[in-house]
Design a binder for this molecule. Structure first.
Ligand code: TXA
Ligand code: MG
Length: 343
């Protein structure tokens, strides 16, 4: 049975983390909070433990996992990396970013789905860091959702998806970012390639790496022809209730498009920017806010929560989009992939 442990990230009771860390040492599965989304973890050096992750999630074995570490030294232990590159990476650690690098022998093939590269991440969440430290092994972890659902950003999401399927769930409140880590591939020549946009925006990466490649698929606009991130070949989460995405534009254009779409459904909800509330109030339209023009981080942290909240409760979600800048690139990538129609 699943044991639920509640921790306050601002005042962590060490004994609770030690108990979960002991479970990791015993090849058990532990759901834990990170600053992006909740992860479903197990000992990343144990094939037996990692297999339990795939089973709990219903994840295909050819979709590799991210290995979570608690210090910079681990990059030397699990990957082949030059000191010059490590110095650059260090500036982003710990944080919501994952690096694809050449893997060392010690990393089991089940983690990397047989590939010769490994996705490594040092999370910034205090609970995640302590768990990895006490476990004394790197923790392999995908997002803690059932395959095909949005990543969990709140305790109730992990309890719903994972209770009864894992050994431990560490509940540690709401996450900070709400979209999964930025993934960059450092194995294809000199210029890093963004495989998945996330909280660390391209501008920040350019500061550090000089140049960066953002393929079209990173915007979620086209299906990837070049399948670098194997996870991308699986159908991305699409709610059962159709999502209609209205691309960002000036207010009048967006509101006009939303009102057009509203007419097509009996019981739709409009998920709008705070600044636009006035336009829908007067039309007697069912709406909720999903963030504001002034703060894209707020949109990111509410995105998966809203998709879960309204799925199957109404007959359409008509969502106002934001600009492809900063964390907005990550938000729009997830939204375009979840959409049934984009206007
Ligand atoms: O924020 C996050 O990254 C969260 C938290 C828990 O750390 N984790 C997460 O894991 O989003 P997951 O498994 O849901 O997404 C990992 C993605 C998958 O699309 C997978 O295909 C890709 O990373 N990936 C893993 N190893 C890879 C590799 N060697 N090369 C390219 N892509 C890889
Ligand atoms: Mg995932």
């Amino acid at each position: 049975e699943t044991k639920v442990i509640e921790v306050d990230p601002l005042n962590i009771e060490e004994e609770k983390i030690k108990e979960a860390a002991q479970a990791i040492k015993e090849d058990k599965t532990v759901v834990f909070p990170t600053e992006t989304v909740y992860g479903l973890g197990a000992n990343g050096l144990s094939e037996n433990a990692v297999r339990k992750i795939f089973k709990a999630k219903g994840r295909p074995y050819d979709n590799p996992l991210i290995l979570h570490v608690a210090n910079v030294r681990s990059f030397l232990e699990y990957t082949y990396i030059s000191y010059t590159l490590l110095e650059k990476i260090e500036r982003l650690l710990p944080g919501p970013i994952t690096f694809v690098l050449k893997k060392r022998e010690i990393v089991p093939n089940i983690v990397t789905a047989g590939k010769d590269t490994i996705a490594l991440r040092m999370p910034a969440h205090p609970v995640a860091l302590k768990l990895i430290e006490y476990a004394e092994v790197p923790i392999a972890a995908p997002s803690a959702n059932v395959s095909g659902k949005p990543s969990p950003t709140m305790a109730e999401h992990v309890l719903k998806d994972m209770f009864g399927k894992v050994d431990y769930i560490i509940v540690g409140g709401k996450v900070e970012f709400g979209v999964e880590s930025t993934i960059i591939d450092l194995t294809q020549g000199k210029i890093p390639i963004i495989l998945r946009p996330g909280p660390i925006p391209p501008e920040k990466l350019k500061e550090i790496f000089g140049d960066i490649i953002i393929p079209d698929f990173a915007y979620g606009k086209i299906e990837p022809d070049y399948i670098k991130s194997p996870g991308m070949k699986y159908r991305h989460y699409a709610p059962n209730t159709p999502v209609i995405l209205v691309e960002h534009d000036d207010v009048d254009t967006m509101v006009k498009k939303v009102l057009e779409e509203v007419k097509n459904y009996n019981n739709p909800i409009v998920l709008c920017l705070k600044e636009h509330v006035g336009y829908y109030k007067d039309h007697n339209i069912n709406f909720d806010t999903i963030g504001s023009e002034a703060n894209y981080y707020e949109f990111a942290v509410k995105l998966f929560e809203m998709l879960r909240k309204y799925d199957e409760k109404i007959d359409a979600m008509i969502i106002e989009g934001i600009e492809d800048k900063g964390i907005g690139i990550a938000v729009m990538n997830r939204l375009r992939k979840a959409s049934y129609k984009i206007v």
